[in-house]
Design a protein around this ligand. Structure first.
Ligand code: PLP
Length: 388
């Protein structure tokens, strides 16, 4: 096959949809501040509220007012943890229960609370990345303030049973938060069905712009602003409205909702084709994550005897853009905390690649990757001291 460019890093970010880009460009002309009372301001504001309704519809929130716009997933997650900090400091419950496989913005926020004297439990996961429910039941009790478990993992794609987890949190009187950054637009998401109190979203994972996201907050649940200032977002998040970002989020959400069933089926089919192709092309590789409860677009594979960064760079030379599971990109040589939590061991964790598919992925892309991966792994293994 001829060399081509293949983007398979959609979990890192997605391209801006042309329709969304056009809407945002049009919106740039409407420069009015959405808090202004004149006609232009009111027009900008009504567009923002339309977007809020579209985002709420995507996540099954009946009342759009319960969606707070933020700068993205990291801010939404930090706002929840900061709220717990303020609540816990006032006395009463302080226990935080989360998992070992959360995104760093949750892990580090939880570590901050631990440093501040909050008792924090980081739950284990099984070999597929599924939360240990027995350990969860034992960890959650009358002292628990918050349970925070991601809906789907960004590295291995494993999907958690958020409804069951939320039921345990609720029975103990704790708040339930889920980071659904990787789930919204990829699998059906319903805040009521799941029974969550807080839910995090990020727009750049669903073909919208970067720097805009949302936090769902159930009615009656506390929320402490991370950014204090004006009255925007009912005082939950101050700062002049990001009109273009919000417009982009609204349209991206509307399109994602309309196309969800097709997405799940088509992208799920491509993922199976990629998985089967790689398993046939490369001996002794291992698919990480749950075999069924997994995001339709995410395939994480360990290639023993080859090192993740070397595979990534070799694929890059062939025009293929993927990610490793490790944190090397951020200057650390630590193996992926997610894979290590699944117990694969450092060698498999170091030799893992995340292929994440998306709307523009095609069968030709998949076949091209399959055609290139076999020779790359064979070459890298031939340089290894261990024979494979
Ligand atoms: C699971 C998860 N949570 C949070 C984030 C952070 O989102 P943002 O980039 O919008 O801050 C990401 C981004 O990769 C993610 O995958």
């Amino acid at each position: 096959m001829e060399r081509r460019f293949v983007y398979m890093d959609y979990n890192a970010t997605t391209p801006l949809r042309p329709e969304v880009k056009a809407e945002m460009i049009e919106d740039l002309e409407l420069y009015a501040n959405a808090s202004s009372l004149h006609e232009a301001g009111r027009k900008a504001r009504s567009r923002i509220e339309r977007s809020r309704a579209a985002v709420a519809a995507l996540i099954g929130a009946k009342d759009p007012e319960r969606v707070v716009f933020t700068s993205g997933g990291s801010e939404s997650n930090n706002t929840v943890f900061a709220t717990m900090f303020h609540l816990g400091r006032k006395g009463g419950r302080k226990g935080i229960v989360t998992t070992k496989i959360e995104h760093p913005c949750v892990l580090n926020a939880a570590k901050w609370l631990a440093d501040e004297g909050f008792p924090v439990t980081f739950l284990d996961v099984d070999e597929y990345g599924v939360v240990d429910m027995d350990q969860l039941r034992r960890a959650v009790g009358p002292e628990t303030l918050l349970v925070s478990v991601m809906a789907a993992n960004n590295e291995i794609g494993t999907v958690q049973d958020i409804r069951a987890i939320a039921a345990i949190a609720k029975a103990a009187g704790a708040y339930m938060h889920t980071d659904a950054t990787q789930s919204v637009g990829k699998i059906p998401v319903s805040v009521d069905d799941w029974g969550v109190d807080y839910m995090t979203m990020s727009c750049h994972k669903l073909y919208g712009p970067k720097g805009i996201g949302g936090l769902y907050v159930r009615e009656g649940r506390p929320l402490e602003p991370l950014i204090r200032g004006g009255h925007q977002e009912h005082g939950f998040r101050a700062g002049t409205y990001n009109n273009q970002g919000i417009m982009g989020f609204g349209l991206a959400a509307e399109l994602a909702k309309a196309e969800l069933d097709d997405y799940v089926e088509r992208i799920g089919g491509l993922r199976r084709r990629l998985r089967d192709g790689i398993l046939a092309a490369v001996p002794k590789c291992r698919v990480n994550g749950h075999p069924e409860r997994v995001l339709p677009n995410t395939l994480n594979v360990s290639f023993p005897g080859a090192e993740g960064e070397a595979i990534l760079l070799s694929l890059d030379l062939e025009g293929i853009r993927v990610s490793t599971g490790s944190a090397c990109a951020s200057g650390s040589l630590d193996p992926s905390h997610v894979l290590m939590a699944t117990g694969v061991g450092p060698e498999l964790a170091h030799g893992s690649i995340r292929f994440s598919l998306g709307r523009d992925s095609t069968e030709e892309d998949v076949d091209y990757v399959v055609s290139r991966i076999g020779p790359i792994i064979a070459r890298l293994r031939s340089m290894s001291t261990v024979s494979y």
